[in-house]
Structures are given as structure tokens and as C-alpha cells.
Ligand binder design. Structure first.
Ligand SMILES: *[C@@H]1O[C@H](CO)[C@@H](O)[C@H](O)[C@H]1NC(C)=O
Ligand SMILES: *[C@@H]1O[C@H](CO)[C@@H](O)[C@H](O)[C@H]1NC(C)=O
Ligand SMILES: *[C@@H]1O[C@H](CO)[C@@H](O)[C@H](O)[C@H]1NC(C)=O
Length: 361
């Protein structure tokens, strides 16, 4: 009887409500623009920059040699009948999306104190997301973490989508093993299990090299923010992005591995320090590039966080301390105590990628 009711909950609680969604691994063909910067291969009529150059061409007014060369170098992709693709970046749209992210009320936290050096306080990291996947054996589990970055998108790692299918994203969770989380007589609102609309894995993600290990999940509807569900900030400005190379004392947060168990039932946090690439590179055979951050493993009781979870820093933004997500947990040694560095995707390198998806999808 007990077994039956458990199965009932599993089947009707999630499996039917949440059908797996296919991952888009090539949502945008990346290419090199005429000015040698990265862009996206789009229909000519969607690229205002090149459209404007072409619109100025009249009989007797040829394009300038620079513009002519730019357009020639911007051709991309296949060219089906009557369509022409060019390599373009929709700067205005992307800049607007970055502006929206930067003005978001994000990264607010109640306390940066960690209980007993590891467990975080109830509702103090309200951007933490748990991703529930079905593996190839048909089992469902929270096997990756992520972060809410605005009302519709969750940031995570690309490698999470290898050999498993995402069913739903849980927001507002604290202790996975209990229904209602309270501290004293203060209780968190119930969790939100969000359906999925689209999943974008970075077009240049490589399972072999581990490079570009970043993905975005578009939720099926906007989230309503509350005390237990709020977005984290991203390093949207160049100033914030450049600081990554001098910062020390990052936070890694998640339900991930502890020294003795594969999962903790409450989110843990540890302070980790940045490790120079030259040192980190000696620990791994994979090439570590500037789009990755290495950080030391914390003191034994909590290691790498969850795959897809955040590496954050707490700078002052407009006079207030805010959590800013600098990294996405990518890979590291499975061994908690060997002192090897953890490797994180450098979020600052992907702000335009993130903004492009938010602006155009
Ligand atoms: C999480 O909840 C379970 C079930 O109520 C409880 O046994 C466990 O101690 C809780 N974990 C923590 C760290 O409080
Ligand atoms: C892990 O296990 C060891 C040995 O059983 C114990 O001494 C240590 O306190 C445990 N660590 C944690 C974080 O529970
Ligand atoms: C982890 O690393 C420590 C120190 O190098 C070593 O003593 C231990 O045996 C390793 N454990 C596993 C499970 O590999």
C-alpha cells in the first residue's frame, strides 16, 4: 500500500505533468562578422546593420570599399532559394537585454552568514534552482543545479544535458527531504515546480574539451518573485567582468557533494579562492581557457556544488552588496579531499550570448 502511494505520487506528481523537452544545441549558427567579431547567422532582412548599408546603395552611389568588404565577409551559412543569410549581431536588442538584466532587482540576500560554516539560512539564496532530470534508466532525480537570472530564464551548465532529459525546474527549495521548510515559526512559501518551454545549450559546447559549458532554460511561464524566489545578478558590465581576475573569496552554493555523501538535503555554501590558470592547468589534461575560472576546493566539508550551480561574489552595486554570479560549476575532481581546483564557466564571457537568447527567443 505504501509503495503504491509513492509510485502514485511519482507518476502523477511530476512525470505526467512534465514531459521532457528537446534540447536546442544549435539554436543560432555562430559565425564571424565582417569586422571579425562573433555574430549569429541570420536572414539578411533581420540584420539592421547590413540592411542599412544596402539601403544607401543607389545607382552612382556604390558602397564604400570598407562596407563592401564588410558585407562580402559577412556571408554565412547555406543559401536556400530566395534567402540570404549574413553574419550579424543585433546590437540594439542585445544591449537592451543586457540593460534589462543590469537593472533587475537581483542578488539581494538576507545574510551572508553560513550556519556552522556550511548550511545556508532559509530563503537567503532565493535564486537557487534544482533541475529534475530523467536518466537513461528512466529514473528521475535532481542531478543538476541552476540559478534564476530573471522572471523567465534559468542559467545552468551544458553538460547537464548529456544522457538525461530535463523534466522540470524547482524554485524556492531548501530541504529537499521535507515538504515545508521552517525556521522557528517562520516558514518558506511552498516550492514552485516550473515546466520548460525551451532549452538552449551553447552552440560551441564540447563534451570532450568541456569548453563553453553553459546553457539556458526558458521556463514555461514567468515566475512570480517572492521572498524565497528572486533572481541573482550577472556581471553585465565590463567593470564587473574584468574584476574576475583579481577577486578572491568566491561563494559556491548548492546541494552538491559533501565529503561523505553525494548530496546534502539542504543547500550548502563554502568560500573558495580563485586559482591562477597556470596552476590549475597543471591539474588537468583538458585545456583551461580564459572563458573558464578555476577556484580552490573548500575545506573538506563541501566541495564543488552542483553541476550548473553558481560561483558568486558579493560586490557593492550602487551602494548595496549583491550576489553576482561569476561562474557556473563545470567540472572538478570527484575527490573532495585531494585539493584539486574546481573549474567554472566564466559567465562574464557569455553575457552577450545570454542576452541574445533572452532578446530573440
Ligand atoms: C531535512 O529534512 C529531513 C526530514 O524532515 C530531516 O530528517 C533532516 O534532518 C533535514 N536536514 C537538515 C540539514 O536539517
Ligand atoms: C565524514 O566522515 C568522517 C569519518 O566517518 C567524519 O569524521 C567527518 O566528520 C564526516 N564529515 C562530514 C562533513 O560529515
Ligand atoms: C582522495 O584524495 C586523498 C588525498 O589525495 C586520498 O588519500 C584518497 O584516497 C582519495 N580518495 C578517493 C576516493 O579517491
Amino acid at each position: 500500500m505504501f509503495k503504491l502511494s509513492v509510485i502514485f505520487i511519482l507518476v502523477f506528481g511530476s512525470a505526467i505533468a512534465f514531459a521532457p523537452i528537446d534540447v536546442e544545441r544549435n539554436a543560432d549558427a555562430l559565425c564571424i562578422r565582417g569586422d571579425s567579431k562573433p555574430g549569429y547567422c541570420v536572414l539578411l532582412r533581420q540584420c539592421s546593420f547590413i540592411k542599412n548599408i544596402l539601403s544607401e546603395i543607389r545607382p552612382g552611389i556604390p558602397p564604400t570599399p570598407t562596407n563592401k568588404l564588410y558585407i562580402q565577409k559577412s556571408k554565412c551559412g547555406s543559401r536556400p532559394k530566395n534567402t540570404r543569410h549574413v553574419c550579424c549581431e543585433e546590437n540594439e536588442k542585445i544591449d537592451q537585454a543586457i540593460h534589462d538584466l543590469s537593472t533587475e532587482d537581483c542578488g539581494r540576500f538576507e545574510t551572508d552568514k553560513i550556519i556552522g560554516g556550511k548550511e545556508i539560512q532559509l530563503m537567503s539564496r532565493p535564486w537557487m534552482a534544482l533541475l529534475n532530470f530523467r536518466n537513461t534508466d528512466g529514473k528521475n532525480a535532481f542531478t543538476c543545479g541552476g540559478t534564476l537570472i530573471n522572471k523567465r530564464y534559468v542559467l545552468t551548465a551544458a553538460h547537464c544535458f548529456t544522457n538525461q532529459k530535463l523534466l522540470y525546474v524547482r524554485l524556492g527549495e531548501h530541504n529537499i527531504s521535507q515538504q515545508i521548510d521552517c525556521k522557528g515559526n517562520r516558514c518558506a512559501p511552498s516550492v514552485e515546480d516550473m515546466g520548460i518551454e525551451r532549452i538552449f545549450v551553447h552552440e560551441k559546447y564540447s563534451h570532450e574539451t568541456g569548453h563553453n559549458d553553459i546553457a539556458l532554460v526558458k521556463l514555461s511561464k514567468d515566475v512570480e518573485f517572492r521572498e524565497s524566489i528572486m533572481p541573482i545578478c550577472l556581471p553585465t558590465s565590463e567593470i564587473l567582468q574584468q574584476r574576475v581576475n583579481t577577486l578572491q573569496g568566491f561563494r559556491v552554493t548548492g546541494w552538491g557533494k559533501t565529503e561523505n555523501t553525494s548530496f546534502s538535503d539542504v543547500p550548502m555554501e563554502a568560500v573558495v579562492n580563485r586559482v591562477d590558470h597556470s596552476i590549475c592547468q597543471q591539474e588537468y589534461t583538458k585545456t583551461i581557457d580564459s572563458n573558464q575560472i578555476c577556484a580552490s576546493k573548500s575545506l573538506k566539508n563541501f566541495c564543488n556544488g552542483d553541476s550548473g550551480g553558481p560561483l558568486s561574489y558579493i560586490p557593492y552595486l550602487n551602494g548595496h552588496q549583491r550576489f553576482v554570479q561569476y561562474g557556473v560549476v563545470s567540472f572538478g575532481s570527484e575527490n573532495c579531499t585531494d585539493g584539486y581546483s574546481g573549474v567554472y564557466t566564466n559567465v562574464g564571457s557569455y553575457i552577450r550570448w545570454i542576452a541574445y537568447k533572452i532578446a530573440t527567443k
